[in-house]
Design a protein around this ligand. Structure first.
Ligand SMILES: [Zn+2]
Length: 74
C-alpha cells in the first residue's frame, strides 16, 4: 500500500513494532505489535482490530510480562 503522507513515495510493509501509550499517567510499552510501517518516512499504521486489542489489554490491566528501563529526555 502507498504511504498516506503527502509527497512520500514510500510503501507500507508489515513489521512488528514497539508501541508506547500513556494510560492513566503510566507509560505502557507493548512489544511485537503488528503494524504497517512506511519504508521511507516510518509512518505507522495500526489496523482497527489491533487498536481494539490494545485498548482491551489496557482496560483489563493485563499484567506486564517484562519491565523496561524508562528514561526522560529532559
Ligand atoms: Zn511514507
Amino acid at each position: 500500500m502507498k504511504c498516506t503522507i503527502e509527497g512520500c513515495p514510500g510503501e507500507y510493509e508489515d513489521r512488528q513494532i514497539v508501541h508506547t501509550v500513556r494510560h492513566r499517567g503510566q507509560v505502557i510499552v507493548i512489544d511485537q505489535v503488528p503494524a504497517e510501517v512506511c519504508t521511507i518516512c516510518g509512518d505507522v499504521l495500526l489496523k482497527p482490530e489491533t487498536v481494539r486489542r490494545l485498548e482491551k489489554m489496557l482496560q483489563t490491566s493485563a499484567k506486564a510480562k517484562k519491565t523496561a528501563p524508562l528514561f526522560d529526555y529532559v
